[in-house]
Write a protein that binds this ligand. Structure first.
Ligand code: H79
Length: 446
């Protein structure tokens, strides 16, 4: 007879708990946040927005650093920020049309200018500009109305604040005094985070960036203190750190920049993939902030394939737009977002709410899965016959159709794998970015 579980030795009980759960229990992540992580895994697609004083110059968000603009002239520039055409309803409606489930927007980038109402510094959009409005408040209210979650990007690096001292890798040519009080700077961050978590209703979380300027242990960022503050103020808010390292305690998402998880074409991403939800952020051209001469926009099929490849690796895609200084979205970006949204209207069931499928990424494409349905995403395969490895012991395919048309797909299967015969591609027809086959599985009775 089986002994009652409380009589089992601890090591045996521990070995029965899935490792992911054990790790989560170890850092005692509360249920609200575990639920938020699941929501996040299901969401799959977000819109990144880089918008600030830098948008005025149309040369990307690093212009202060790249053109060595001192604090004084940049402060003057900030005083001219007046996006009279900004309309939160239009931005959020576009995000909805694109099919994203959340928006992540720059509340403060490396230039140190706060795009929200803050008492921690006068250097903010309400007190410093003729605009006088708080765009983050308008966005937060509109996101709530239209059912999107809002995350705040927040730069830990600052090229303007006098107490960002000692300096790190960047921000050396802004004419600041060569002195400062680091702990006062960290207090400033905490007071701003308190405002972001207190004044905008429930938010999705905080997306940190810039710690790589002075990575620990070079600087003590007091992360446990700041993370505890965030989690105390909003227990369901996720911490998404873009520090290019493996996840640290208290963090909720592992995010990758301009790379799929595990790849490192950018040169600064870690190849170590942890057990947290994953995300990959991507520019639509080659810039985050508005860049008036950057014409290198990715095509719609490229963007769709990136979203699909991310989903096949269990990662969300956070796709960036850099609005113009007048508050409008560049038409090239708007057009692409609407096209991706149109694609998702047909193919969304193979993306939203899925997890990576039973077959690891292949040259021909990826798989995703929800319940009994496995979605075979055929991204790059010229032949009609596609052979898949076995989907798992005792797993049988009982149906296969093309997602878009419902057309039946012929299946032959053996212990070695599953062979699909795809419908013929129409000669001269437009090439599909992704042909999706839905396999219905049945676990064979033992
Ligand atoms: O907000 C966008 C960019 O402005 C910001 N992150 C995205 C989301 C970003 N800043 N820099 N990078 C991305 C690229 C990182 C470059 C680095 Fe380095 C290479 C960081 C560490 C090594 C350059 C050289 C900066 C420090 C040393």
């Amino acid at each position: 007879m089986m002994r009652a579980p409380w009589l089992l030795p601890f090591w045996l009980v521990a070995s029965l708990v899935p490792r992911g759960l054990a790790a989560q229990a170890a850092d005692s992540t509360p249920p609200e946040r575990l639920a938020a992580r699941q929501w996040y895994r299901d969401a799959k697609f977000g819109m990144f927005i880089h918008w600030g004083v830098y948008s005025l110059l149309g040369q990307g968000e690093w212009v202060m650093q790249n053109r060595e603009i001192p604090v004084g002239p940049y402060e003057w520039l900030a005083g001219t920020f007046n996006p009279v055409k900004f309309d939160a309803r239009e931005w959020v409606s576009l995000a909805k049309a694109a099919g994203v489930r959340y928006i992540t927007i720059t509340s403060r980038h490396h230039d140190g200018f706060s795009m929200f109402a803050t008492r921690a510094t006068r250097y903010n959009v309400v007190d410093w500009t003729p605009f006088k409005r708080d765009p983050l408040k308008e966005l937060a209210d509109e996101c709530r109305r239209q059912g999107l979650k809002l995350f705040f990007y927040y730069s830990q690096l600052d090229w303007h604040h006098p107490d960002y001292w000692p300096r790190g890798r960047t921000g050396h040519n802004t004419g600041r005094p060569e002195s400062g009080d680091w702990s006062r700077y960290l207090d400033f961050l905490d007071s701003q985070l308190t405002e972001l978590l207190g004044n905008y209703g429930p938010i999705g979380g905080i997306w940190f960036d810039g710690m790589w300027d002075k990575p620990p242990p070079e600087a003590d960022w007091r992360l446990p203190h700041t993370y505890a503050l965030i989690h105390r103020l909003q227990p369901a808010a996720l911490i998404v750190p873009n520090h290019h390292q493996a996840p640290l305690p208290g963090e909720d998402v592992q995010t990758f920049e301009q790379d799929l998880p595990g790849a490192n074409t950018a040169g600064f991403n870690t190849e170590e993939i942890g057990r947290l939800p994953l995300e990959t952020s991507l520019t639509m051209n080659d810039s985050w902030g508005f860049n008036i001469t950057d014409r290198r926009y990715k095509s719609v099929p490229e963007l769709i394939r990136y979203l699909v490849k991310a989903a096949g690796r269990d990662a969300n895609l956070l796709l960036n737009v850099g609005p113009r200084p007048d508050g409008t979205i560049p038409p090239e970006a708007e057009e692409r977002l609407r096209e991706v949204g149109r694609w998702l209207a047909t193919y969304g069931s193979s993306i939203y709410g899925t997890r990576r499928g039973p077959i690891p990424p292949r040259d021909w494409g990826v798989t995703t899965q929800r319940g009994d349905s496995v979605f075979v995403h055929v991204l790059d395969w010229a032949d009609r016959v596609l052979a898949l490895p076995a989907l798992g012991a005792g797993t049988r395919v009982v149906g296969a159709t093309m997602l878009a048309t419902g057309e039946r797909v012929e299946v032959t299967q053996s212990d070695a794998g599953v062979v699909l015969t795809l419908p013929a591609v129409r000669q001269g027809g437009a090439e599909e970015p992704d042909r999706v086959v839905v396999l219905t599985l049945e676990a064979r009775r033992r």
